[in-house]
Design a binder for this molecule. Structure first.
Ligand SMILES: Cc1cc2nc3c(=O)[nH]c(=O)nc-3n(C[C@H](O)[C@H](O)[C@H](O)COP(=O)(O)OP(=O)(O)OC[C@H]3O[C@@H](n4cnc5c(N)ncnc54)[C@H](O)[C@@H]3O)c2cc1C
Length: 574
């Protein structure tokens, strides 16, 4: 069956409307028309949920040096040093711009109030209304975007896949969720800002939209992915039956909250010299170990010894949410356990957000500049979106001006013939069951503690689900589930491939960093239908000469490749 679909043409296409996408759009708008496409009804990614705040060194060079050192230390020797330098030095200017656009950060007597969080050597985390910083930043960027004549934002448009011709990204294929129509969008540059992948885990702090779509579609398109084994678990998410894994920010421990086990012991002193303020990976593993030892589904976060009035004022949203589950943190310890929180790896980019396919850029949580190394310093992620959002905007404008100097976007007058794949639908219940199995598999076998046996078991299970999804009609739900399965396999493969422990990646069979090249970053690439070679796309795109990359052979992932094949044919036929 054939279906005709006319195209939309724009200068710049931004996929996702979180902090990173909106910030990029505002910069891109200086160079042409920007179309932002977003699945669902609005910015429902992680950005509006960010509670702790945004880390920034506003006090000049000495402050920036301290922020730089803290980020490198948390990153366990694997940060791209230049990327970190950019983050800490360009960050203050981005915050000043936000304030000029009307963002309100908490102050006392006219001075900013900075919070101190785990692994930060000083108080440098700016916050808004206590614990709603992400919401304030998104609101500000959204307001600016809506006022800009060059920016158009369309919600309810789910991106199915990127459109590639001759190794160049020409835009993306969207599904209008309301009408069911496919909408090919052609653009001079396409910016992936689709956020994280937390939904592939049973326990996650991430919202429902975090299904890893951007990483999966970049992989299908042949872009390089990097550091996929590095998934950060937040140590303290609420653990109550039938409640989501609501995040209890590190700032609580910054204010003096203490982790306790079933017996009431403050156990962190046995695990790390920094006790409750140890890095996230260390705290997550410690809680995990206590849970295993006590055969308990959680540990406890105790704030009952702290000033009640101050706590309620400082964390109003958290207080209200806990109360809604019948828990008053001023009176009783709160049950907590780790939950998947942040995807450190992702679409490999250079320091300007350029992916390894021309015309494709990535920014925010979907991207991997190596700025977080093997473990992200808390509250650096909002700043990453703000800083690299501007850089990606500038780089994409430069690319468009250079690449499309003489000719316009190819195919801008084309009407595409879209061949629909066979209609092998799974029922809603079957899809939900597959999602549940993927989440459970990842949680049990590719979680806080990993081993070769568990990872191999996970890959076997995930492969079978991937095959079942292949060939189904690409609805939003099917594609999200397929994307989850793809990303789950990529994480498992990368985790199996890293024989050693570093940062957030812990292997019980290799508990130490391993081998001479333990700091090497690992790259994954697809290749069965359009083989890439390291010659055409040299992996060494970083500016850091110490940068190393391991290219998995294209064939090693071939057997898992089973995206609806007719969809891929579209891209050849544009
Ligand atoms: C509970 C929580 C608390 C956090 N607290 C902090 C904090 O205090 N400080 C900090 O720095 N970081 C924090 N983080 C991390 C931080 O919020 C995120 O890493 C960051 O906001 C990611 O921004 P983003 O723009 O890359 O993605 P997101 O904000 O997740 O936005 C992604 C967008 O892409 C859209 N999208 C995805 N797939 C598709 C598709 N196929 N088609 C169309 N649209 C699509 C989504 O709808 C969404 O709008 C927190 C995260 C969580 C979950």
């Amino acid at each position: 069956m054939k279906r005709r679909a006319s195209t939309i043409v724009t200068d710049f296409l931004v996929l996702g409307s979180g902090v990173a996408g909106l910030q990029a759009a505002l910069n891109l708008a200086q160079g042409g028309q920007v179309l932002i496409l977003n699945k669902g009804k609005g910015p429902q990614g992680s950005s509006p949920y960010a509670q702790g705040g945004v880390a920034v060194a506003m006090g000049g060079q000495k402050d920036q040096e301290a922020h730089y050192q803290d980020t490198l230390k948390a990153g366990a020797g694997m940060c791209h040093e230049e990327a970190v330098k950019i983050l800490v030095t360009e960050g203050p200017q981005r915050i000043k711009e936000l304030i000029a656009w009307g963002a309100q950060f908490d102050r006392k007597g006219g001075q900013f109030l900075y919070a101190k969080e785990a692994s930060h050597s000083q108080a440098r985390v700016l916050r808004a209304k206590g614990d709603t910083t992400g919401e304030e930043i998104v609101k500000t960027l959204l307001r600016q975007s809506k006022q800009h004549p060059n920016i158009k934002l369309l919600n309810h448009h789910f991106i199915l896949d990127l459109m590639i011709r001759d190794g160049i990204c020409l835009g993306a294929l969207a599904l209008n969720e309301r009408t069911g129509q496919w909408l090919p969008v052609l653009a001079k540059a396409t910016i992936l800002a689709t956020g994280g992948t937390g939904q592939i885990y049973l326990r996650t702090t991430n919202p429902e939209v975090a299904t890893g779509d951007g990483i999966a579609m970049a992989y299908r398109a042949g872009a390089f992915l990097e550091d996929m084994e590095f998934v950060q678990f937040h140590p303290t998410a609420l653990c109550v039956t039938h409640a989501p894994a609501f995040l209890l920010t590190e700032a609580l421990r910054g204010e003096g909250a203490i982790l306790r086990n079933k017996r009431g012991e403050a156990f962190m002193k046995r695990y790390h010299p920094a006790k409750d303020l140890a890095p996230r990976d260390a705290v997550s593993r410690a809680i995990w170990a206590e849970m295993q030892a006590d055969h308990q589904p959680h540990a406890y976060l105790d704030m009952t010894h702290l000033d009640k009035t101050y706590l309620i004022k400082r964390f109003p949203m958290i207080y209200k949410t806990c109360l809604s589950y019948g828990l008053d943190f001023t009176r009783e310890p709160i049950p907590v356990s780790p939950a998947a929180h942040f995807m450190i790896g992702g679409v490999k980019t250079d320091l300007d957000g350029a992916a390894t396919l021309q015309g494709l850029f990535a920014v925010g949580e979907v991207a991997c500049t190596q700025v977080h190394g093997a473990n992200r310093l808390g509250s650096n992620s909002l700043l990453e979106g703000l800083v690299f959002g501007v850089r990606v905007g500038k780089a994409a404008r430069r690319f468009a001006a250079r690449h499309y100097k003489k000719a316009g976007i190819p195919g801008d007058s084309l009407t595409l013939d879209l061949t629909e794949p066979p209609d092998l639908d799974l029922s809603e219940d079957q899809i939900l069951e597959i999602q549940r199995k993927i989440k459970q598999t990842l949680w049990e076998k590719v979680g806080v503690v990993r081993s070769e046996r568990l990872l191999r078991e996970a890959i076997t299970v995930l492969t079978s689900y991937h095959h079942r999804l292949a060939g189904c009609y690409p609805s939003r739900q099917i594609m999200e589930t397929l994307n989850m399965a793809t990303v789950a396999m990529l994480i498992s493969t990368a985790a199996l491939n890293r024989k050693g422990s570093v940062g957030v990646h812990f292997r019980s069979d290799y508990p130490k960093s391993h081998g001479r090249n333990w700091q090497a970053h690992k790259t994954l690439v697809s290749g069965p239908w359009r083989p890439l070679t390291s010659r055409r796309h040299p992996p060494d795109i970083g500016q850091d000469c110490r940068y190393k990359s391991l290219l998995l052979s294209a064939g090693s992932l071939y057997k898992w490749w089973c995206v609806p094949s007719l969809l891929l044919d579209i891209f050849y036929n544009i």
